[in-house]
Every structure is written in structure tokens, then in C-alpha cells.
Design a protein around this ligand. Structure first.
Ligand code: FAD
Ligand code: NAD
Length: 405
């Protein structure tokens, strides 16, 4: 009898977790497993703010996929997904195609620019290893160029961060640690550097505990960040950005670097492949399948799942993507074994920690509010835990964060 073929698209948190769990659950005689990913490495998206600011080298945030998969059970294909043909049960890749019996779509998200003019051309994102490396190099270039010009252009030393969500705040935490190093390295007066965070909502970290938000704001302000709250970015240009508060006329802020960290949408492959989606995300069933498709699972940032308690979608996080990966693997194993009862996904929220640089953070863990060194320690525990869940103790020893005190 022909073995079913399970194809997993994306080796991020969701896809890789599904793969490593499936390779344990399924015997070689039961099914073929194919994992498709753009790169031959996995990157810790949750560490990209560090690589982007230059406080951690980009090689520290990635590891080889071949080191964590069982190659006797999983066929790894390094290629880029172009489109999913649901009717013919095929995935079109840049260099070929792959057919499937069961498909897991775990392609992650993309920056949401809300159609704001100039962002795609002039703003930097924190999305993957390439974008992080480019942002880090761009900031360094501005510092390196500053003293080379006869007429000094102070705008080169202005960095604007759009969005004070978790990504924006974590990046600012790293950046404020990196700036004094850059000033020293490139003989730049620290007082000439401006770091501005522009947030459209009436508060930083909307929806988070006000006490912790105040702590984060005062720590970052102390390190030189200026917050423009209730102010939206309206346009990005070669020279900087235009912002507006409420109905006010937009005003210009000249800046050498603009970072867009104002939210994500689902991977564009989803809409291109004709899935019904909201901001590129598909509202999935409790068993993680796409409505109307018994053989297609969608997890992670491209999936939208409603938190019934508050009737709002769960925020797209690595925590939920990994938990979905575990359930997805069990549900696929059940289908391969002809069981029709599938497990319902329930999110087990272990908390949230937001770093404010290497040695500071805020968070709510198991319902308790924490700040400072304690929160920073917890953040590193969380970072190491995700390595452990995918690659065991060996991966933690190789890539883990041990500078905890
Ligand atoms: P990803 O982990 O993004 O993986 C998607 C994979 O698909 C990637 O390997 C990518 O290369 C691949 N891929 C994409 N397109 C294609 C294609 N066309 N063909 C082939 N392969 C493709 N969440 C938390 O829970 N805790 C945190 O502390 C946290 N910190 C964060 C910090 C930052 C700076 C950012 C940006 C996000 C953070 N998040 C955090 C959110 C978290 O990173 C995401 O929710 C998570 O990465 C989603 O996992 P995923 O598997 O859906 O996608
Ligand atoms: P987000 O959607 O959480 O925050 C984006 C922020 O940008 C919002 O505060 C929004 O008001 C603001 N914004 C939107 N349009 C704007 C405009 N035109 N001008 C100025 N501000 C604007 O996005 P994110 O921070 O990238 O986070 C994405 C997901 O990743 C979330 O689910 C988040 O929880 C998760 N994440 C978690 C962590 C962590 O747990 N430590 C870290 C980073 C990201």
C-alpha cells in the first residue's frame, strides 16, 4: 500500500516543532515526511531584535535544520514556496513541485504596512536574518559616515522606531545598549544621537499591564528614547517620516534610519493561493485544520485562532506556534492511523516577557508581574526552553543563553 506523504511548509517555530514531534510519533513504514524551507537553517525570530541592533551576531540566532531532524525519516527540501494548489494537492516551489496527502502550512508572517506610502521602500523591518543584518549594517554605516562628511548631517544619527508593541520595545532595549558602543567605536558624541519611538495608540505596549508599561517607558527614557504617543506614521521618505497626532497636519521628522515594527500579517503565499484570509491569516478550526480542507493544517503566524474567553484572536507568538506544532503532529499521526477523532487545540498561556536589553525586562509569568534582573533571567529561560523543545539539551549547550547574571 502507498504510504501517505506529509508535507510541512516552513521550518520556523510551528513547522520545526511539528516535524520533530512527527519524526518521533510516526514510523518510517507509516508515512513519508517532507520539510520545505527557504534556508537550510532555522532562525530564532524571537531573538532578531538583538541581531538587528547588533548586540548579538546573526549566526547566534540561527542553527542548521539538518542538526535537529532525523534524516532517516524526514526528507528536507531547501526551496521557496511559490503557491499552494489545493485542488491538485501540490505545492509549487521555485525549483520544482511537491505533492502531498497531508499539508502543514507554517510559513510565518510578514510586516503589515497598512498601505502606508514609502514604508516598503524606505523603512527597515525585523523579520528574518537578512533584514536584521541589513538593519544592523545600515545603522553602523550611518555612524561610520557621520565623521567622513565635511558638513555634518546630524539626521544620520536619528533613528525612528515605528510601533511600541513588543517588537519595537525589545528592539529599543537592545539599541539603547548598542548606541554607547557605536559612539565610542566611531568617535561620535552621544548627545548628537536621537532615538524616537512613534506609537499610534494612546500608550506604549497597548493592552499590557500599566505598571509594567510605566517601568519600561521610564527605563528606556532614561537611556535616551523619546516617545511620541498617540502619533501615527503617515509616510516614509528617503529623508525620514511624516507623523500626525489625531487630525493634525502631518509633520516631518528627518532620520537616517526608520524601523517599521508596527505589526504583522500572514504570509502573502496564503492569499496568493486563494485561501479565505483576514490580513493574510486564515481562521482555523479548533483541530488546526483549514475549514473545508480535511488534509490541510495551518499553524503559527499565518493562522488565526479566536480566544473564546475574550472573543478576540490570540496574538501571533512563538509560544502559540510551538504548542500548535505539538497538537498538529499528534493530529496528523491520528489521521495517518485512520482515526477520525482529532484533538482540539487549547492554548496554555505560560506568560509574556519583554526584554529591555541584555539585563532588564518586564513580564507576567504564571500570573505574576516581574521586572528587572528577575524578568531578564526568565526571558533567557524562555529563550533556552524553545531550543530545548526542538533540539534537546545538545542544542541548548550549543546555542543557549547562559549569561544570566
Ligand atoms: P516563523 O518562526 O517566522 O517561521 C516561518 C518559516 O517559514 C521561516 O523559517 C521562513 O524562512 C520560512 N518561510 C517563509 N516563507 C517561505 C517560503 N515562501 N518558502 C519557504 N519557506 C518560507 N513570540 C513569543 O512567543 N515570545 C517572544 O519573546 C517573541 N519575541 C519576538 C521578537 C521579535 C523581534 C519578533 C519579530 C517576534 C517575536 N515573537 C515572540 C513572535 C514570534 O517570533 C512569531 O510569532 C513566531 O516566529 C511565529 O512562528 P511561525 O512558525 O509561524 O513562523
Ligand atoms: P503589534 O501589533 O503587537 O504592535 C504594533 C504596534 O504598532 C501597536 O502598538 C500599534 O498601535 C502600532 N502602530 C500601528 N500602526 C502604526 C502607525 N502607523 N504609526 C505608529 N504606530 C503604529 O506588533 P509587534 O510588536 O511586531 O508584535 C507582533 C507579534 O509578536 C505580537 O503577537 C507580539 O505579542 C509578538 N511578540 C512578542 C514578543 C514577546 O513576547 N517578548 C516580542 C515581540 C513580538
Amino acid at each position: 500500500m502507498r504510504k501517505p506523504k506529509i508535507v510541512i511548509l516552513g521550518a520556523g517555530y510551528g513547522g520545526l516543532m511539528t516535524t520533530v514531534r512527527l519524526q518521533k510519533l510516526i514510523g518510517v513504514n507509516e508515512a513519508d515526511i517532507v520539510l520545505v524551507n527557504k534556508n537550510d537553517y532555522h532562525y530564532e525570530t524571537t531573538w532578531l531584535h538583538e541581531a538587528s541592533a547588533g548586540t548579538l551576531h546573526h549566526d547566534r540566532v540561527r542553527y542548521d535544520i539538518s542538526g535537529v531532524i532525523d534524516r532517516s525519516k524526514v526528507d528536507f527540501v531547501q526551496d521557496t514556496v511559490v503557491e499552494i494548489n489545493k485542488e491538485e494537492k501540490k505545492v509549487v516551489l521555485e525549483k520544482g513541485e511537491v505533492s502531498y496527502d497531508y499539508l502543514v502550512i507554517a510559513l510565518g508572517g510578514e510586516p503589515e504596512t497598512f498601505g502606508i506610502k514609502g514604508l516598503k521602500e524606505y523603512a527597515f523591518g525585523i523579520s528574518n536574518v537578512n533584514s536584521s543584518r541589513q538593519l544592523r549594517e545600515h545603522i553602523e554605516y550611518q555612524f561610520a559616515t557621520y565623521n567622513m562628511e565635511e558638513e555634518k548631517n546630524d539626521n544620520r544619527l536619528t533613528i525612528v522606531v515605528g510601533g511600541a508593541g513588543f517588537t519595537g520595545i525589545e528592539f529599543l532595549g537592545e539599541l539603547t545598549n548598542r548606541i554607547p558602543e557605536l559612539c565610542q567605536e566611531y568617535d561620535v558624541d552621544f548627545h548628537k544621537v536621537k532615538i524616537i519611538c512613534v506609537e499610534a495608540a494612546p500608550t506604549v505596549l497597548p493592552g499590557f499591564e500599566p505598571e509594567l508599561v510605566n517601568y519600561a517607558v521610564s527605563q528606556l527614557e532614561r537611556k535616551g528614547v523619546e516617545f511620541f504617543i498617540g502619533t501615527a506614521i503617515k509616510e516614509a521618505t528617503e529623508e525620514g517620516i511624516f507623523v500626525a497626532k489625531g487630525e493634525d497636519e502631518p509633520r516631518e521628522i528627518k532620520a537616517g534610519t526608520v524601523v517599521w515594527a508596527a505589526g504583522i500579517r500572514g504570509n502573502s503565499i496564503i492569499e496568493k493561493s486563494g485561501f479565505e484570509a483576514m490580513r493574510g491569516r486564515v481562521k482555523i478550526q479548533p483541530d488546526l485544520r483549514v475549514p473545508g480542507f480535511e488534509d490541510i493544517f495551518m499553524i503559527g503566524d499565518s493562522a488565526l485562532m479566536i480566544n473564546e474567553e475574550i472573543n478576540r484572536p490570540y496574538p501571533p507568538t512563538a509560544q502559540i506556534a510551538m504548542q500548535q506544532g505539538e497538537v498538529c503532529a499528534r493530529n496528523i499521526a491520528a489521521l495517518v492511523r485512520n482515526k477520525s477523532e482529532l484533538e482540539t487545540f487549547h492554548f496554555d498561556n505560560k506568560g509574556t516577557v519583554c526584554s529591555l536589553g541584555e539585563d532588564d525586562a518586564i513580564g507576567v509569568v504564571f500570573g505574576k508581574k516581574i521586572t528587572g534582573a528577575k524578568a531578564s533571567f526568565m526571558k533567557k529561560v524562555v529563550d533556552n526552553r524553545s531550543l530545548y523543545m526542538i533540539g534537546g539539551a545538545g542544542l541548548v549547550l550549543k546555542k543557549g543563553k547562559f549569561n544570566v547574571f
